[in-house]
Design a protein around this ligand. Structure first.
Ligand code: PMP
Ligand code: GLU
Length: 416
């Protein structure tokens, strides 16, 4: 019996996972592909953490829904020490990746309006819709470094049609897809507006430890009462496929909300896998090794992002240098006339053409909430072997694919 489409939810395959699958299929067929589409850490999980996982395979029990207590304690201690935070283990929920926790945080609201700066990460809007919430976008622009301005947020909050419905802002920095982050002054100014309008903020800090600058601020410093922080092992520890994330929910949001999030977690994923939680405890307890690993990664990511952004700027692409993470957000506006002449009028046409002509995989801006006609795309500069690059004194050789992929984009633009 075929299910009638009127009864089926409009849920599509997530664009990030789809581009990963397409790129791998292309590579398997022996076709050239520069894998700049999917944002996966290229660095290996450190050996001692892999060993901790191997030693924990006998842990077959279900753990508590909230998460293994020693892990929650280690996470709080780690982020308090490294990022000057004020987290407590009691307020942390551990999940099978921060992505499912983002969903639980949203689904725990009976009603909410979710507001997102455009561009924002691909899964926020679909998750909000799956939870039955309305989604509003605040468009940012290249000149503002794709950052949300306090006056934009203020204007949006002041003109809401139903101000009684809780407003949830998902605020991600360093940003996927733009690589940009917020200064102390910018966060302070935004916090004032958030406080004035009682905004509940989900501060997605999955890339915070990959900030290129040694010292940086986080929003919960200025807006502790309603900043929920999410993060996890995926990015800083190179362990995306291990699926381990956490959410820290401030006490001020109340026990009822905390219990509702736990309730959704208990009805969906039950608990994060036990051996992974044990290995993650090891990762978070070893601050010293983590700091050495982070230093190496951020130095390399900074250099690579700098190289890519500079070469693309020279080719005429509008792009800002990244400040953390592994993404650049490219704006091809200057090529609009030439692209239009070739029938390329949308971001998706552009990424299809680059894949077809040069085997370069990018994700179009509209995957991140940009208008279809926006000639923007995200580049994840991670097509390199992170294991080799960590060990060699000069990483140039290990970066040949990144260099070649960037050259292909430049050549394609030149030939337009
Ligand atoms: N937020 C952002 C901005 C991301 O890029 C990702 C992708 N890994 C996630 C959340 C989800 O991360 P994970 O579920 O692996 O913790
Ligand atoms: N964060 C990765 C990206 O944006 C993908 C991981 C995922 O979608 O779960 O490419």
């Amino acid at each position: 019996m075929k299910i009638n489409e009127t009864h089926i939810r409009k849920s599509k395959h997530s664009q990030t996972l789809l581009i990963n699958q397409l790129s791998l299929e292309r590579a398997q067929k022996g076709e050239t592909v520069f894998k700049f589409g999917f944002g996966q850490s290229p660095f290996p999980v450190p050996c001692e953490i892999q060993q901790a996982l191997a030693d924990a395979t006998h842990r077959k029990e279900y753990m508590s829904v909230q998460g293994h207590k020693p892990l929650r304690e280690a996470i709080a201690k780690f982020h308090n020490a490294l990022e000057n935070k004020n987290m407590s283990a009691e307020q942390i929920i551990v999940g099978a990746g921060s992505k499912i926790l983002l969903y639980c945080l949203l689904a725990a609201f009976e009603r909410a309006e979710v507001v997102l700066p455009a561009p924002s990460w691909v899964s926020y809007a679909p998750q909000a819709r799956l939870s039955g919430h309305t989604v509003s976008w605040i468009e940012t622009n290249f000149a503002d470094h794709w950052k949300l301005k306090p006056e934009q947020l203020d204007r949006f909050c002041s003109s809401r049609a139903s101000p009684d419905i809780p407003l949830v802002l998902i605020f991600n920095y360093p940003s996927n897809p733009t690589g940009q982050t917020y200064s102390t002054l910018e966060l302070q100014a935004l916090a004032t507006i958030m406080r004035n309008h009682n905004v509940v903020v989900i501060a997605d800090e999955i890339y915070s430890l990959l900030s290129y600058e040694k010292s940086y601020s986080t929003l919960d410093e200025f807006y502790p009462q309603a900043s929920i922080v999410t993060s996890g092992l995926s990015k800083w520890c190179g362990a995306g496929g291990w699926r381990l994330g956490f959410a820290h929910i401030p006490k001020g949001l109340g026990q009822q909300y905390f219990q509702a999030v736990l309730g959704v977690a208990s009805e969906t994923y039950s608990c994060a896998p036990a051996p992974i939680q044990i290995a993650a405890t090891h990762a978070y307890e070893n601050q010293k090794s983590a700091q050495v690993f982070l230093q190496k990664q951020t130095k390399l990511l900074h250099e690579i992002s700098h190289f890519c952004a500079k070469r693309l700027q020279q080719a005429g692409v509008k792009v800002h240098q990244a400040q953390g993470g592994f993404y650049l957000f490219l704006d091809f506006e200057r090529f609009m006339n030439k692209l239009n002449a070739k029938g390329i009028n949308q971001g998706e046409h552009l990424t299809h053409a680059l894949m077809r002509d040069k085997g370069v995989a990018l994700l179009p801006g509209n995957a991140f909430g940009m208008p279809d006609k926006s000639l923007t795309a995200r580049l994840a500069f991670v097509d390199f072997d992170g294991k080799t690059i960590l060990d060699v004194p000069s990483p140039q050789m290990a970066l040949s694919r990144v260099r070649q992929g960037i050259t292909e984009i430049s050549d394609w633009l030149k030939a337009l």
